[in-house]
Write a protein that binds this ligand. Structure first.
Ligand SMILES: Cc1cc2nc3c(=O)[nH]c(=O)nc-3n(C[C@H](O)[C@H](O)[C@H](O)COP(=O)(O)OP(=O)(O)OC[C@H]3O[C@@H](n4cnc5c(N)ncnc54)[C@H](O)[C@@H]3O)c2cc1C
Ligand SMILES: NC(=O)c1ccc[n+]([C@@H]2O[C@H](COP(=O)([O-])OP(=O)(O)OC[C@H]3O[C@@H](n4cnc5c(N)ncnc54)[C@H](O)[C@@H]3O)[C@@H](O)[C@H]2O)c1
Length: 509
């Protein structure tokens, strides 16, 4: 009890430090009373019109309807769920799971005493299972729209005024949808690179990489970010020789440096090759194989590489083509992202923006948080989105999940900090299932023990991280996690032990 009281007191001190610090990115806790509210329009208009039916847009539409606002969502692709459900999070995770099962069957089952004479990939069946997952989920959102009475218009929306969207419908007609408040949730699209034309056959974006008709013998991935490492893992497990060309000096440049090093080693053990500080200068598709010319990032000697398929995964850009932003005067930054204030309002009264199309991490769960908060502001309620507490997960094997600050960021802030680590090699559940590669790393403010960042590399790290996300939200100290009873034997015990290591000593190492 004394310890718990102690940690609450230290938390108070920590929040003072953090709120004084001013460097924390995009933390808003605002009440929208007195804010922009509803723009004026005739009574048969929608209260809210959402352009784009991705995780940002469809969630905003459902939440708006739940708040009693008359709502219409406009989506051009013919199915709801946006990039994430149709060509992103869901199909990639389906393939990551299927390819992991194949890889385990081939390489790990025998050591668990499970033997069979042969195992092979049935790629059409694997792709069909992915497609089934996608269509079930997209249809599920249509069901949610009906349940919540969200009006759904299938077509391409463009502004004709700040309260009117003209929609070229998929059926071929045109309709004007009016709204007192319009939310832009048009998401993002793949960034192409100069001189490289994506044909979705041999030069593919993530969309093409989710539907290759055969396993390429050689796959070159441009960009060692989320997409490159996840899709590189999928095809590597199914038999491709994968080379990842990355412009920066490190893979996933935003990751905690120490975790990243271990992650890279793990991927290399899985036979993924990396060419860091390297750029692709040109791509020649004239022959049977694709020939890439490479150069060191800072210039210098050129080299060549051959591939059957090249995946371009060097980032995404905010998608606003044909939306008519210039017509109504919505401001964007140099990268084309729509500028919004703390309530997701653009500079044009009654027009809001959320998700990948605004600054911040390009993640589905972040877009959803934006969507809910945006309509809560519109409805006159208070809302809270803290981008510093958005978890990030790379769904490879092991997974890498993190929330809060990296050690590099903590150092840059000049904060005195403590670090606690615990390897999964010393975790009994991980050893029991013979899947013990990875580590938990916790960073806490030295003086107050307040947790600043948590980084986990392990199987299922994407599930384990949420205990840390909650801890950060509540301003917990590492001692709070350490003194919380964790079930045994679980992987989560590694987080408890790392917390013990942060403020005191772990037991099991
Ligand atoms: C391969 C891949 C894997 C990913 N995996 C993950 C993951 O595991 N976890 C995660 O958090 N994120 C993941 N992401 C990122 C995630 O998909 C995006 O962050 C998320 O979809 C953004 O949501 P959004 O609603 O802002 O935009 P989007 O999902 O892009 O949705 C925007 C929608 O608007 C529609 N639209 C655009 N313009 C118009 C218009 N003028 N009129 C009508 N409709 C329009 C588009 O058709 C689209 O459906 C992944 C992305 C990719 C490409
Ligand atoms: N698990 C997930 O949450 C998940 C999965 C997939 C995608 N996403 C989201 O989708 C977005 C796009 O993913 P992504 O992997 O395309 O982008 P990314 O920003 O994650 O990574 C792009 C990588 O490409 C490198 N790069 C840029 N230009 C290059 C060049 N010319 N040559 C070589 N390398 C170059 C960058 O340094 C970076 O490492 C991400 O921002 C991420 O938020 C998330």
């Amino acid at each position: 009890m004394a310890a718990a009281i102690g940690s609450i007191a230290r938390r108070k001190a920590a929040s003072t430090f953090l709120s004084n610090n001013g460097k924390f990115y995009y933390s808003f806790f605002l009440s929208s009373r007195g804010g922009r509210g509803f723009a004026t329009a005739s009574s048969d208009d929608n209260d809210v019109v959402v352009v784009g039916g991705g995780p940002g847009g469809y969630v905003a539409a459902i939440k708006a309807a739940q708040l009693g606002l008359k709502t219409t969502c406009i989506e051009k692709r013919g199915t709801l769920g946006g990039t994430c459900l149709n060509v992103g999070c869901i199909p990639s995770k389906a393939l990551l799971h299927s390819s992991h099962m194949f890889h385990e069957a081939k390489h790990s089952f025998a050591s668990h005493g499970v033997k069979f004479s042969s195992v092979e990939v049935d790629l059409p069946a694997m792709l069909a299972q992915k497609d089934k997952a996608v269509s079930n989920l997209t249809r599920g959102i249509e069901g949610l729209f009906k349940k919540n009475k969200v009006n759904y218009v299938k077509g391409y929306g463009k502004f004709v005024s700040p309260s009117e969207v003209s929609v070229d419908t998929i059926e071929g007609g045109n309709t004007i949808v009016k709204g007192k408040n319009i939310i832009i949730a048009t998401g993002s699209d793949v960034k192409s690179l100069p001189g490289i034309t994506i044909d979705e056959k041999r030069i593919v974006s993530s969309t093409g990489a989710l539907s290759l008709s055969e396993v390429p013998k050689k796959l070159v991935v441009i960009g060692a970010g989320y997409i490159g490492l996840e899709m590189g893992s999928v095809w590597g497990r199914l038999g491709s020789e994968v080379t990842v060309v990355e412009f920066a000096a490190d893979i996933v440049p935003t990751m905690d440096g120490e975790i990243r090093k271990q992650f890279q080693r793990s991927l290399e053990k899985q036979k993924m090759k990396f060419m860091l500080k390297t750029k692709v200068v040109s791509v020649d598709t004239a022959g049977d194989s694709v020939k890439l010319t490479l150069e060191s990032a800072d210039g210098g000697n050129q080299s060549t590489l051959e591939a059957d398929v090249v995946l371009v995964s060097a980032g995404r850009f905010p998608f606003t083509a044909g939306l008519g932003l210039d017509k109504i005067g919505v401001e964007t930054d140099k990268a084309g992202r729509i500028l919004v204030n703390g309530k997701f309002a653009t500079n044009v009264p009654g027009v809001y923006a959320i998700g990948d199309v605004i600054p911040g991490p390009m993640l589905a769960h972040k877009a959803e948080e934006d969507g809910v908060a945006c309509v809560e502001f519109i409805a006159g309620k208070g809302a809270h989105v803290d981008y510093d507490m958005v978890p990030g997960v790379v769904y490879t094997h092991p997974e890498v999940a993190s929330v809060g600050k990296t050690e590099e960021q903590v150092k840059a802030l000049g904060v005195q900090y403590s670090v606690g680590k615990f390897p999964f090699m010393a975790n009994s559940r991980a050893k029991a299932i013979d899947d013990a590669e990875g580590i938990v790393k916790i960073l806490a403010e030295k003086e107050t023990d307040k947790i600043l960042g948590v980084h986990i590399m392990s199987p299922n790290a994407g599930e384990l991280i949420h205990e840390a996300v909650l801890a950060l939200h509540y301003g917990a100290a590492s001692e709070d996690i350490a003194r919380t009873c964790h079930a045994h034997p679980t992987m989560s015990e590694a987080l408890k032990e790392a917390a013990m290591a942060t403020y005191d000593k772990p037991i099991h190492i």
